[in-house]
Design a protein around this ligand. Structure first.
Ligand code: CIR
Length: 257
């Protein structure tokens, strides 16, 4: 069974953290509707979607990806780089504890799950404003016994590593070359986003399908041309909060109940 942990949109989403995106008004009802559609799409693609209640006092809590790194053997609770986001993990940890042993990063480590791209037994970790060297070191320590390799990757001009690169297939990366160098990923086939679709590199892979925002049709076509099936979702209001498709779920496999 494939689980997707999500959390409902906070009514205070308009007060979210923003780093590289200019603040514009967010229509909360619309964000909520788009998020419910995203949850439906994940369910259609075979996920059992678990939805935590909204956290009115935590504007960014819908972006559950940032608070945990879930591997087959263990879940590592992160310590998000934005102070305002540090309390978001508690509810997610409670839920994850049903499925995985839990470990947790400690101060002074900071790490956002959006900076962690797992491909096979390698975890690429973005050197972003949110994730520091101590975060990378503690993540490495937490999972070393399971045989994973942690590989720091320099990024520039974007929030997280997965703003700049995701893996639509195990051997193929979709990248925004302005924000990360393809040379950091030797041995992978590289698909670049369409130059006019700046934020298009963040796609959520579910088996053989990727879920990506509907507003990037030319990048979607590049993926389809490479034989990758694409499902498009409208997440325009969450994009105003500097989120996209990977950030709104934590997806992992669990034994059937
Ligand atoms: C933040 O700045 O933390 C949120 N407004 C957006 C987080 C998006 N997270 C992600 O892409 N993993």
């Amino acid at each position: 069974m494939r689980i997707a942990i999500t959390r409902e949109v906070s009514p205070s989403l308009g007060d979210c953290q923003l780093t590289h995106v200019e603040r514009t008004a967010i229509d909360i009802a619309r964000a909520d509707m788009q998020h419910r559609n995203y949850q439906r799409v994940l369910a259609t693609l075979g996920c059992k979607v678990l939805a935590l209640e909204a956290e009115p006092a935590m504007p960014d809590a819908v972006f559950v990806e940032d608070v945990a790194v879930v591997l087959d053997e263990v879940a590592v609770m992160t310590r998000p780089g934005a102070e305002s986001r540090r309390a978001e993990g508690a509810g997610v940890a409670e839920l994850l504890a049903r499925y995985r042993p839990i470990r947790a990063l400690q101060a002074p480590a900071t790490l956002d799950g959006g900076d962690v791209l797992r491909v096979g037994r390698t975890l690429f970790v973005g050197q972003s404003g949110r994730s520091n060297a101590e975060g990378v070191a503690q993540l490495q320590d937490a999972i070393a016994e399971f045989g994973y390799r942690v590989q720091p990757v320099p990024i520039r001009g974007c929030l997280h590593l997965k703003s700049a690169v995701t893996a639509p297939r195990d051997d193929t990366l979709l990248i925004q070359p302005r924000w990360v160098d393809a040379a950091s990923f030797p041995g992978f086939a590289i698909i670049e986003v369409d130059p006019g679709e700046e934020h298009a590199a963040n796609v959520l892979r579910l088996g053989e399908v990727v879920v990506m925002p509907v507003c990037f049709p030319r990048t979607a076509q590049r993926l389809r041309d490479a034989g990758i099936e694409v499902v498009a979702v409208d997440v325009s209001e969450l994009q105003k909060a500097e989120g996209a498709t990977t950030c709104c779920s934590i997806v992992f496999d669990a034994p059937d109940a």
